[in-house]
Structures are given as structure tokens and as C-alpha cells.
Design a protein around this ligand. Structure first.
Ligand code: NAD
Length: 458
């Protein structure tokens, strides 16, 4: 545990800090936000080196998705925080008049953030930022699968924020299990649904509320009215140029109308060539995070290869954990690639006869974290939005709703519970306390016993 203290002591230490009331102070919150922004800007080089060590993520991708996002978020939060912290007035019913009703945002107390490896800086610090903005003490447990970033956060975050109120605890399952045995005021978990169930079970013991930022198979619906060239480029970007498919809202499979499938495949190939040249393995593209995930993805490719469903890519190199952007056309419904989240550079295309059929397919499966629809028809866009359920939707593009801080980011059903980003981060780490102020005047006796006949006639 941090500073060599056990999890129980760590939580107690933070409870003592929270009890001082220091973290509720607006100035304190702003100082921490500025600390996080400074961490992002001053440590840019070290962050990108660590992210590269863990994921071979290209520096540009690292800057846009791990650093600029955090800096922007810290600055925007500082700007909006006075407004968010202000009590909100709400109307008072006649029975409570004269009176004044307010919703007050109070911090929850001591919260735990457990993060994942694929965007190891942003996914760790964005929730921490929300927790601090709301005035909480926080423990961050980064992913052990991104060890260089985990070590960097443990070493430097205490230098940029109040280290008595914000702790970074490194470790894997044993350390996380110990943390989960403690009573927290909220647990914010990012990762897969199997572990999500472990988190929820541990939280239930203490009646701790949780946010589960999970994943799933995010579909893309492309109809025949779409601009296929642009659609293919944007799908390619969201799939391969965004951590090589290792993103929770990465396009997992495309449902494409029959007439456009050949053009879609050829445009996807063209976009890869434009992005990475003739040999993608020599281009700037993230590698698979580790051997376990490499072997898992290799198994999926090999299975589809034996079924003759691989129409592009499929090359692999175990030495540098490389798997080429790979397109798989119409795999059987019961093949493993259609059962589990791909979370890697394999992209499935399923041919459908109509948008109705695509919607039916999406609705027959667990609710996804993201859904994408490419269509020039406003009616089709609206139909897909209204007739499906997912954490979020981007129309005619991929991924970008996650970068729109006014939009809540989170799942629904199997893809998670709770949401964050921008004001939603502040809200998710706040208790909305209902406060009704009354004075001593006008103490109408109507409501008090005895309930005389006269009162009952009123
Ligand atoms: P991971 O392996 O890094 O695990 C996430 C966290 O869970 C880590 O901190 C890890 O230490 C902890 N953990 C693992 N096993 C545990 C156990 N048995 N008990 C307690 N804690 C445990 O990440 P992952 O799960 O491989 O991440 C990929 C998944 O996360 C995908 O499903 C992806 O879609 C999802 N994801 C979701 C989001 C989102 O914002 N919704 C973001 C990134 C990833």
C-alpha cells in the first residue's frame, strides 16, 4: 500500500484528512486541478515515454488522448466549478411556505478509483479529477498491466497534488482485493464486466455506491445512403488509429447493407494504406498490450482463418506483439469473435439486408457502450437512435462523443452503470443534499392534530 501502510490505515488516514474539512474548500479544489493540469503539461515527455513503454502508443495519439484531454478537462472544470458548487434553488410547495429549498452538492468523503490499462493516464486521472473537484479524498489504483504508467503516477502525482488527500496505490489483484475489503464512499471502476461483478459484490457488503465503466461489443451500422469513403476513413481511425482497437468504444463489428459491402471493404483498405503505407507493421500503430491479449486475439484470427472469413490482414508477429489490422467478413454467429468483445485490431463486417435487420441484431445482444450509425438519411439516424439502447451514440463518425465533455460518458445494462466527464464527473462524486429552510413565522396550525371536523372540511 502507499507509504507502506495497510489499506485499513490508509482509508483511516484519508478519513481524518476529510474530517478536517480542508478538501471541501473551493481554493483547495482549484489548487489540485491546477496541479493535475501542470502534471499533464510539465510531464508530457515522461508520460508519452511511459505510455510508449506499455503500449507502443504513437506520441501523437498519446498527446491527444492522454495529455491534452486531461489538461483541457482540468481547465474547464476550474472555470465551471463555481457554478457547479453553487446551491441550486428549487420551488417550494404551499405546505412548506414560507421557505427556501436548495440542492446542495456535498462531497461523498473517501473514494476509490480503479483504472484500466488501455488509456492508462486519462482513465486514471479523469475520475480522480472529478473526485477532487467534488471535494473528496481519493485513492487511485492504476492498472498493473500498464506498469510504466502506474509507476509514473505513483511517483509524480504526489508531487503535483495534496498527497495527504490523494493517494496512488500500485498493485494487481491482491492489492485491489485488500482495497475492496474497506468501506468507501464510492468506488469508480473502469475495466471488464467479469471484474465489474467482483467490484459490485465487494461494494454490496458495505452498501457502497459504484460506477462501473465497462465495455462490450460496440456496433457500427452503415446504410446505403452513407458516404462510404468518409465512413470507412472514420471507422478506420476509430478502430486502428485509436490504440489499435484497444479502446472501450472501439468499433467492434459493422452491420452493412449488402450493396455497399465490397466498396466498404475496399475503402477500409485504402484508408489503412493512406494512414500507414503499404506495410502497416512499419507504421506508427499501437502494439497489443501483452502476450495474454496477443494470444487471445491470435486465437480469434486463427479460428476465422480456418473458416476462410479473413478478407484482409491477419499477419502477426509474436516478437513485437503485432497483429495487423484485420477484416473478417460474415463470421458464424456462434464463433468466439461474435461472443466476446474484440478489444484489438480485428474488425468484423456482417452483411445485412436492411437497417431494420441491423437494429434487430443489435437489440438481440447486450446493450453496447457505444453505437455508431453512418447514414445520410435523418430518418434512419433517428430510427437507430430511438430503437436501440447504448451508453452513447456518434452519428456519421466514431469515438468523438467521448471527447465531448458536456456529454455524460458511461454504459447501460451490461456496458456499465453511472457516467462521468465534465459536470457529470462532479455530480457522480457528489451527494445532492436536499435542504429546506424554514423560519418561525406563519406557523399554520392546520397540519397539527387534533384533526377537527372544521379542519377536515378545508
Ligand atoms: P485491467 O486488466 O487493467 O483491469 C482493470 C482493473 O481491474 C485493474 O486496475 C486491475 O488491477 C483490476 N482487477 C483485475 N482483476 C481483478 C480482480 N480479480 N479483483 C479486483 N480487481 C481486479 O483492464 P481490463 O479489464 O482488461 O480492461 C479492458 C476492459 O475494460 C474492456 O472490456 C474495455 O471495454 C473496458 N474499458 C472500459 C472503459 C470505459 O470507460 N467504459 C475504458 C477502458 C476499458
Amino acid at each position: 500500500m502507499a507509504d507502506g501502510v495497510g489499506a485499513e490505515n490508509l482509508v483511516q488516514e484519508l478519513r481524518d484528512v476529510f474530517a478536517t474539512g480542508r478538501t471541501k474548500n473551493f481554493k483547495w479544489r482549484v489548487e489540485q486541478l491546477r496541479g493535475l493540469a501542470r502534471f499533464a503539461s510539465e510531464m508530457e515527455k515522461e508520460i508519452c515515454e511511459a505510455v510508449h513503454k506499455d503500449l507502443s502508443k504513437p506520441a501523437f495519439e498519446c498527446y491527444t488522448s492522454e495529455i491534452a484531454t486531461l489538461e483541457r478537462s482540468a481547465k474547464d472544470t476550474e472555470k465551471d466549478l463555481p457554478k457547479w458548487m453553487k446551491p441550486q434553488k428549487t420551488p417550494v410547495p404551499i405546505a412548506a411556505q414560507p421557505g427556501n429549498a436548495q440542492i446542495i452538492s456535498e462531497p461523498l468523503g473517501v473514494v476509490l478509483v480503479i483504472s484500466a490499462w488501455n488509456y492508462p493516464v486519462w482513465l486514471s486521472l479523469e475520475p480522480v479529477l472529478g473526485a477532487i473537484a467534488a471535494g473528496n479524498c481519493v485513492v487511485l489504483k492504476p492498472s498493473e498491466l500498464a506498469p510504466a504508467v502506474s509507476a509514473l503516477l505513483a511517483k509524480y502525482i504526489p508531487l503535483y497534488v495534496d498527497s495527504s488527500a490523494v493517494k496512488v496505490v500500485e498493485g494487481g489483484i491482491p492489492e485491489t482485493t485488500e482495497l475492496l475489503e474497506q468501506k468507501w464512499d464510492k468506488i469508480f471502476y473502469t475495466g471488464n464486466g467479469r471484474v465489474g461483478r467482483i467490484i459490485l459484490t465487494a461494494a454490496a457488503k458495505h452498501l457502497t455506491p459504484v460506477v462501473l465503466e465497462l465495455g462490450g461489443k460496440s456496433p457500427v451500422i452503415v446504410d446505403s445512403t452513407a458516404d462510404i469513403e468518409v465512413a470507412a476513413r472514420r471507422i478506420s481511425w476509430g478502430k486502428w488509429a485509436s490504440n489499435n482497437g484497444q479502446a472501450c468504444i472501439s468499433p467492434d463489428y459493422i452491420l452493412a447493407e449488402e450493396s455497399i459491402v465490397p466498396k466498404l471493404i475496399s475503402n477500409l483498405k485504402d484508408s489503412l494504406k493512406a494512414f500507414y503505407g503499404d506495410d502497416v507493421s512499419k507504421g506508427e500503430i499501437s502494439r497489443i498490450v501483452n502476450k495474454v491479449h496477443y494470444n487471445r486475439l491470435l486465437g480469434l484470427v486463427n479460428e476465422e482463418r480456418t473458416l476462410d472469413k479473413v478478407v484482409h490482414g491477419g499477419e502477426t508477429n509474436e516478437n513485437n506483439l503485432y497483429i495487423a489490422p484485420t477484416i473478417i467478413l460474415d463470421p458464424p454467429q456462434d464463433s468466439p469473435i461474435m461472443q466476446e468483445e474484440i478489444f484489438g485490431p480485428l474488425l468484423v463486417i456482417l452483411t445485412v439486408k436492411s437497417v431494420d435487420q441491423a437494429i434487430k441484431f443489435v437489440n438481440s445482444r447486450p446493450k453496447p457502450l457505444a453505437l455508431y450509425v453512418f447514414s445520410n438519411s435523418k430518418a434512419v439516424q433517428q430510427q437507430v437512435i430511438e430503437e436501440t439502447s447504448s451508453g452513447g451514440v456518434t452519428v456519421n463518425d466514431t469515438m468523438l462523443h467521448v471527447a465531448t465533455s458536456g456529454l455524460p460518458f458511461g454504459g447501460v445494462g451490461d456496458s456499465g452503470m453511472g457516467a462521468y466527464h465534465g459536470v457529470h464527473s462532479f455530480n457522480v462524486f457528489s451527494h445532492k443534499k436536499a435542504v429546506l429552510y424554514r423560519g418561525f413565522r406563519a406557523d399554520n396550525s392546520i397540519r397539527y392534530p387534533p384533526y377537527t371536523n372544521k379542519k377536515q372540511r378545508l
